[in-house]
Design a binder for this molecule. Structure first.
Ligand code: FAD
Length: 418
C-alpha cells in the first residue's frame, strides 16, 4: 500500500506537534516539514532566553532536532511556499518548483508588521520573531547600547527585560499603555515600576512619527513632540498571519478560517497555529489565538485528523504568562468582562500582589494574578476548559486560590473517573 504523504508548511511548534500526532497514528506515513528558514525547528517563545544567554543555541534547537530524528520526519530548509494548487494537490515554491501532497498542513505562523514611520529605512529597524532576527540583532548589538522598543505587547516587554539584563538602556514607546490588552492596570503599574527600577523607561500614549540619522545614531521623533537619540530601534507593534494561500481559503480576523478538526474549506488542507482562525472556547467565533499552548494543541488536533483520526478542537482560551523582573503575571480566559454581559468579578489586592476571578453562570470565565507565586494558572485553565462549577466556592477560591482550585480540579477528575 502507498504511504500517505503529509506535507507540512512550517517548522514551528504547530508543525512539530502535528508531525508527532501523525507519526503516533501512522508509523509508516511520509512526513515532510518545509520551512523558509535555514535553521532546525524551534519555538520562537524561547528567543528572549537567547538574548539573556539563559539558553544556549544548542539547547534552543535540541527539541526540534530530537523530534525529527526520533520520529523519522524529513525537514527541508530554505524553501518558501508561495502558492497552492488544490486542484492538482500541489504547493508551489518561490522559483516555480511544485510539490504534491496527499494531506497538507499550513502552519506558517505570523510575521512582524512594521507600521509606516517617516524616513525609516529597512536596515534601521529590527524585529524579533525568528532565529534570523535574533542573529541579526545580536551581531549588530554593541555593549551598553541605548535601545528603543516601539510596541508594548508581550514580545516588546520580554525583549525589553532581557536587553535590560544584558546591560542595555531600554526605552519602550507605547502607543497606548504597556500590556493594555493582557493585564489589569494595577498589575501593569507594578511591572512598569520594576522596569524603571532596572534602568528602563516607558513612554506611553505616543507614536513613533519619524526617524533621522545623527552621526552613527538614530534620532527618533515621537508623536508627542519628544526626540530620542538611540543606537538601535526594535519594532514589536504586532504581527500578521503568513496566509500563503492567495485568497483560496476564507480569512477571519486575519487568519485562515478552520473548523473544529482544523480543516480548511479545501479538502485535505488543514491549518494550525498562529496562522489559523480557529473557533474560540467561549463563543465559537473564529480568530487567531497567537500563543504557544494553542499552537501546540491545534497542531496535535490537525495532525491526528490528517492521519485519519476524528478529534475535535475544543476552542482556544486566551492565556498569558509573564515572569519579568521578578514579577509574576498571568491571565487566563475572559478578564475584561462587564456586569452587563452577565459576568461577576471578584478581586483582592495586597501590596504588590493581586488576584481577579471572573465568574459567569456559576462557572469560571477568567482569572488574573500578579505575584500569586503558588497559584498555578494551568489549574484555572482546567476549571475554565472543563466547565467545573465554582459558583458556591467563589469566595473560598479568592481567599485560598491555590488550595481551592486544586481541590476543585482533583474532585472533578475523580468524579469523571467513576
Ligand atoms: C519573542 C517571542 C516570545 C514569545 N513568548 C511567548 C510566550 O511566552 N508564551 C506564549 O504562549 N507564546 C509566546 N510567543 C508566541 C509563540 O511563539 C507563537 O504562538 C508560536 O510560535 C506559534 O507557532 P506556529 O508554529 O504557529 O508559528 P511559528 O512558530 O511562527 O512557525 C512558523 C513556521 O512557518 C515557516 N514559514 C512561514 N511562512 C512560510 C512559507 N511561506 N513557506 C515555508 N515556510 C514558512 C516559518 O519559517 C516557521 O518555521 C512568543 C513569540 C515570540 C516571537
Amino acid at each position: 500500500m502507498d504511504r500517505t504523504k503529509h506535507l507540512i508548511i512550517g517548522a514551528g511548534p504547530a508543525a512539530l506537534a502535528a508531525a508527532k500526532a501523525i507519526r503516533n497514528a501512522d508509523k509508516s506515513a511520509d512526513i515532510k516539514l518545509v520551512t523558509r528558514e535555514e535553521s532546525l525547528p524551534y519555538s520562537p517563545a524561547m528567543l528572549p532566553y537567547l538574548i539573556s544567554q539563559e539558553l544556549s543555541e544548542k539547547d534552543f534547537f535540541l527539541k526540534g532536532r530530537e523530534t525529527l530524528d526520533s520520529l523519522g520526519i524529513q525537514l527541508v530548509r530554505g524553501k518558501e511556499v508561495v502558492a497552492l494548487h488544490p486542484e492538482k494537490k500541489e504547493v508551489e515554491y518561490a522559483g516555480g518548483e511544485r510539490e504534491t501532497y496527499d494531506k497538507l498542513l499550513i502552519a506558517t505562523g505570523a510575521a512582524p508588521q512594521v507600521p509606516p514611520v517617516e524616513n525609516l529605512a529597512p536596515d534601521q529597524v529590527y524585529t524579533f520573531r525568528t532565529y534570523g532576527d535574533f542573529e541579526r540583532l545580536s551581531k549588530n548589538l554593541g555593549q551598553n547600547q541605548d535601545i528603543a522598543i516601539y510596541g508594548a505587547g508581550l514580545v516588546a516587554v520580554e525583549a525589553a527585560e532581557k536587553l535590560c539584563h544584558a546591560g542595555h538602556a531600554v526605552t519602550i514607546i507605547a502607543r497606548s499603555s504597556l500590556l493594555r490588552k493582557y493585564f489589569d492596570p494595577h498589575s501593569v503599574a507594578v511591572l512598569e515600576k520594576a522596569f524603571v527600577k532596572h534602568g528602563g523607561k516607558v513612554i506611553t500614549k505616543s507614536t513613533l512619527a519619524a526617524v533621522g540619522k545623527k552621526a552613527d545614531k538614530l534620532e527618533l521623533k515621537l508623536g508627542n513632540g519628544r526626540t530620542l537619540i538611540v543606537d538601535r530601534l526594535l519594532v514589536a507593534t504586532g504581527v500578521a498571519a503568513n496566509l500563503v494561500t492567495g485568497g483560496l481559503i476564507p480569512v477571519a480576523a486575519g487568519g485562515l478560517m478552520v473548523g473544529r478538526h482544523m480543516e480548511t474549506s479545501i479538502p485535505d488542507v488543514f491549518a494550525a497555529g498562529d496562522v489559523a482562525a480557529a473557533p474560540s472556547f467561549d463563543d465559537s467565533q473564529n480568530a487567531p489565538c497567537p500563543i504557544l499552548p494553542e499552537a501546540v494543541q491545534q497542531g496535535k488536533v490537525a495532525g491526528a485528523n490528517m492521519a485519519g483520526e476524528k478529534i475535535e478542537y475544543k476552542g482556544w482560551i486566551p492565556g498569558n504568562y509573564l515572569r519579568c523582573f521578578d514579577e509574576h503575571l498571568f491571565s487566563v480566559g475572559t478578564i475584561d468582562a462587564t456586569p452587563a454581559d452577565g459576568y461577576e468579578t471578584f478581586e483582592k489586592t495586597d501590596g504588590d500582589s493581586f488576584l481577579k476571578l471572573v465568574v459567569k453562570d456559576g462557572l469560571l470565565a477568567g482569572a488574573e494574578g500578579l505575584n500569586q507565586k503558588y497559584v498555578h494558572p494551568g489549574v484555572f485553565h482546567y476549571l475554565i476548559r472543563e466547565r467545573v462549577p465554582v459558583g458556591e466556592y467563589r469566595e473560598l477560591l479568592l481567599a485560598k486560590p491555590r488550595e481551592t482550585a486544586c481541590w476543585l480540579m482533583t474532585r472533578h477528575r475523580a468524579d469523571r473517573a467513576i
